[in-house]
Design a protein around this ligand. Structure first.
Ligand code: EPZ
Length: 425
């Protein structure tokens, strides 16, 4: 297990290129299970989660190769195996995205229930309910969900849950419905750009989907999908993390491959904090040169402020000039970073799904533990500005979702170094 050693202080300056979106790539890769022929995906980042899904797709009979130019080439060779086992799903929850395509194309899917994770319960009841309404029989045996159907049939499905819409649940039902008989309408569908990207990919493969990006998606089933060439959207969460890295060090960054139209809530909150964010040619320029203002932040489904940036903005607000309030509406228990930031001198008080942040003048470097992907990113941000040295342990979490973040940050002036476990002891 690697760690990051960060010496806080340097202002970040220069250019960084945002990678393709992890959370768009994973369901799009799973969707190739539906396709005849070859698919070429550009912009799929090299991440541990992508590697885990490649392993699962290979087990399910898909050949997957990375071309020298980085493009991922996928083609179904064998349709016999329909089992996503516990070992794979437990390590990478987005593995559940194979459920809809396997059921739609192969008529059956056996997928391990993912179980709990560091950010909360994360059930998949809505995925199963939606697939049942398309006509699948579902039962739970030995921790695996068995789904079966000769041919799915379109239906009107309400997919809302206690915390709003579901991103991968919408993806699963939408993928299965592309090859169902007749019309499916998904109400309370997730509107996230990653769902829109998946729908755009499926349409390019021959699907007939309309309304993606709104809460009502209509899908007219087709008999067959054919692989295509597709460019995945940039990662809005990585872009937001780099904006906050710039802000926390009072730096100036130019980000390329960054789509501001996918991040208006983030831009709104960062501008309220006092960060300048401007578009110049094809780049986004992020700068700030003064003490940051406190703000209120509430995470919501898209287009609201994303839960996947809650931990990072908390790190930033630790240094604001006053008291901020952060409310988490998607994962009420996603606060493992609170205690770790506390070890660095942050003044945080949690009450249920809300954290009061009392801004301090400085954070102090400390050994801290990464607990999940975005919490780890928050600790790295805090380390960039903390006085002295911060060691972020267990950075395999961050490698799941940020492509070479240590190298990217070092190239814009951060003093960050990856050390393998043997060097630490
Ligand atoms: C996706 O997870 C993302 N993962 C998550 O990113 C992200 O945090 C989340 O959406 C919310 O934006 C991928 O896209 C691969 P949900 P997903 O179903 O689809 C409840 C990251 O750091 N719910 O939209 O699993 C659920 O508990 C990750 O990159 C049900 O009640 O999230 C939560 O409160 C972590 N029943 C809310 O809905 C269900 O069947 C939203 O979850 C499904 C979800």
């Amino acid at each position: 297990m690697d760690s990051f050693i960060i010496n806080g202080g340097p202002r970040l300056r220069g250019r960084a290129t945002i990678s393709g979106s992890k959370n768009a790539s994973l369901p799009i890769m799973a969707a190739t299970l539906l396709c005849e022929g070859q698919t070429v995906l550009r912009g799929v980042p090299e991440l541990a989660d992508v590697a885990a899904l490649i392993k699962l797709l290979q087990k399910l009979g898909v050949s997957v190769t990375r071309q020298p130019d980085g493009a991922l080439v996928l083609q179904v060779e064998d349709e016999m195996d329909c089992h996503a086992n516990y070992d794979l799903v437990r390590r990478m929850r987005a593995s559940v995205c194979v459920m809809g395509p396997l059921l739609g194309k192969r008529g059956k899917a056996q997928v391990a229930m993912p179980g709990g994770c560091a950010i909360g319960d994360r059930p998949i009841n809505l995925h199963i309910m939606g697939l049942r309404q398309l006509g699948a029989e579902a039962e739970l045996i030995g921790g695996d969900v068995y789904l079966r159907s000769k041919r799915l049939t379109g239906a009107e499905i309400f997919l809302g849950g206690p915390f709003g819409s579901t991103v991968t649940g919408t993806a699963n039902v939408m993928m299965a419905a592309t090859v169902a008989r007749g019309r499916t309408v998904i109400e309370a569908a997730a509107c996230e750009p990653e769902v829109v990207d998946l729908a755009n990919f499926l349409n390019k493969c021959g699907a007939r989907i309309e309304g993606h990006g709104t809460p009502r998606i209509t899908i007219d089933g087709v008999s067959q999908l054919k692989g295509c060439e597709y460019q995945v959207i940039p990662d809005r969460i990585e872009a937001g993390t780099f904006m906050m890295a710039s802000a926390i060090t009072n730096g100036e960054l130019r980000l390329s491959n960054c789509r501001l139209e996918h991040m208006l809530a983030v831009v709104d909150r960062l501008r309220a904090v006092g960060v300048n964010i401007e578009k110049e040619d094809n780049e986004v320029v992020v700068s700030s040169a003064r003490r940051l203002e406190p703000v209120e932040v509430t995470t919501q489904t898209y287009p609201g402020f994303p839960t996947d940036l809650q931990a990072q903005i908390m790190a930033l607000l630790c240094l604001a000039d006053g008291n901020s309030i952060i409310s988490e509406r998607i994962y009420p228990d996603r606060f493992l970073h609170v205690a770790e930031l506390g070890r660095m001198g942050a003044r945080l008080r949690r009450e249920g799904p809300t954290v009061m942040v009392e801004g301090v003048k400085r954070l102090t470097g400390a050994p801290v533990m990464a607990s999940d992907l975005r919490a780890s990113a928050a600790l790295v941000l805090a380390g960039l500005i903390a006085k002295g040295q911060t060691r972020v342990n267990r950075v395999y979490h961050i490698d799941r979702g940020y492509e070479r973040i240590d190298e990217k940050l070092a190239s814009i002036g951060a003093d960050i170094k990856r050390v393998p476990q043997s060097d630490e002891e």
